[in-house]
Design a binder for this molecule. Structure first.
Ligand SMILES: Cc1ncc(COP(=O)(O)O)c(C=O)c1O
Length: 427
């Protein structure tokens, strides 16, 4: 028995499913999860000592690669001063100033500890601000595991949303309307039917939780227009795409301004930090200024803020996003070309440091299109690559992540491994 297998067996005795977050369990691809012992740059090593090129980067945060020396130093510098105070610190002001500078639609920001907290709090704020209950989300977008957001479409536009998780009360799910991503017509119908009830639209402007699916510019523009028309709050959930697709996030790429933005992942540099922020007049409704309650024992934790702040400073290096974008594109195009040589139906897409791999001829534009991909083939590819020392997301429904430490040699090694993998898939 390998050490990974032994650890997985042991983990299942005291941890449900052996993992602290479901995707880590390899349920959709099968096999034994790798237990990671250490990481450096673009690599990590499992409990059996095997090295992998890491294309999940902790699901987004590790944009600088693992254990960047300057981030490590920044964390070490503050560690000895204390881990948490429950009182304000100067570094919280510094990270707030940095976030407001980098994402101009954010005039004020509140730190939290996870993306789930960020979206949940932003929605409560939008509801408190508008004094309305109904929200709109889109099929295939994931916004964390708050009750209001674990909802799928009812049988029709005017029917109530249904919970996607046991334990979510139908009475809560009914306030969430789920529409198709990139479908402007459906959006317009929904607003025509009940626009005056809609507190908020929440959307991943670049979706990374149904594999990678980019919003069309017309779609995001329509969201902005309907929100303006009906006084609803537009929330961009940039927990994943913020500081990932561009320095100013998806709103910079598309040139569309959100009322509220949720951030996470990169802003913690691998530590538990997330945030939500936006228009000052909306943020003024948050406690202690206003009546919308929100709080957190570890919010703005000094160690997490030190890692996040240093990460935000380093990603501002000249040419950072050009290099990251070029390398991610090289990976996506390289994989497409290798698959083509092997005559395997495959496509790939990329934006900034995020990419999608699809076992389908065309890049998808909605969740329904993503589900048409060949997941059996993806699973076989995933395991071929894993054996060859390349760790892609263990699910056909997740995006991948490239860090600035993934240089030419790392991408070339990945493409070499893929050549063998695709050839065997085709056989
Ligand atoms: C777009 C988006 N929003 C929210 C979340 C939830 O963040 P967290 O896992 O930190 O709670 C995620 C997590 O993957 C995400 O990708």
């Amino acid at each position: 028995m390998s050490r990974n297998e032994a650890l997985f067996e042991r983990a299942q005795k005291t941890i449900p499913g052996g993992v602290n977050s479901p995707v880590r369990a390899f349920r959709s691809v099968g096999g034994t999860p790798r237990f990671i012992e250490r990481a450096q740059g673009p690599y990590f090593w499992d409990a059996d000592g095997k090295q992998y090129i890491d294309y999940i980067g902790s699901w987004g945060p590790m944009i600088l690669g693992h254990v960047h020396p300057e981030v490590l130093e920044a964390v070490q510098r503050v560690l000895a001063n204390g881990f948490s105070f429950g009182a304000p610190t100067e570094s919280e002001i510094e990270i707030a100033e940095e976030i407001c500078k980098l994402v101009p639609s954010i005039e004020q920001v509140r730190m939290v500890s996870s993306g789930t907290e960020a979206t949940m709090s932003a929605l409560r704020l939008a509801r408190g601000f508008t004094k309305r209950d109904r929200i709109i989300k889109f099929e295939g977008c994931y916004h964390g595991h708050a009750d209001s957001l674990l909802v799928k479409a009812g049988s029709g536009l005017l029917t109530f949303g249904n919970p996607t998780s046991a334990g979510v009360p139908a009475d809560i799910a009914k306030h969430t309307t789920v529409l198709e991503y990139n479908n402007v017509e459906q959006l317009n119908e929904a607003f025509a039917a009940f626009g005056a009830e809609i507190a908020s639209i929440i959307v991943e402007p670049v979706a990374g939780n149904m594999n990678l699916v980019k919003a069309t510019p017309e779609f995001l523009q329509a969201l902005r227009e309907r929100c303006d028309e009906y006084g609803s709050v537009l929330i961009f959930d940039e927990v994943m795409c913020g500081f990932r697709v561009a320095l100013g996030g998806a709103q910079q790429v598309y040139g569309i301004t959100a009322d509220l933005t949720c951030l996470g992942k990169v802003i913690g540099g691998g530590m538990p930090a997330a945030a939500f922020g936006g228009r000052r007049d909306i943020m003024a409704h948050l406690a202690p200024l206003g009546g919308v309650y929100q709080a957190g024992t570890l919010s703005g934790n000094p160690i997490a803020v030190a890692a996040g702040l240093k990460t935000l400073q380093l990603i501002q290096a000249p040419g950072f996003y050009d290099t990251l974008t070029k390398q991610t594109r090289r990976l996506a195009d390289g994989l497409s070309s290798v698959a083509k040589d092997a005559k395997v139906p495959f496509s790939a897409d990329a934006i900034g440091g995020m990419f999608g791999l699809y076992f389908a001829e065309r890049v998808p534009a909605s969740f329904a299109e993503v589900t048409q991909g060949d997941t059996k083939r993806f699973n076989a590819f995933f395991h071929e690559m894993l054996d060859a020392g390349v760790y892609f997301a263990p699910s056909a429904y997740e995006a991948g992540f490239v860090s600035i430490a993934h240089d030419d040699a790392v991408v070339d090694a990945t493409l070499d491994a893929a050549r063998g993998a695709f050839a065997r898939l085709a056989a």
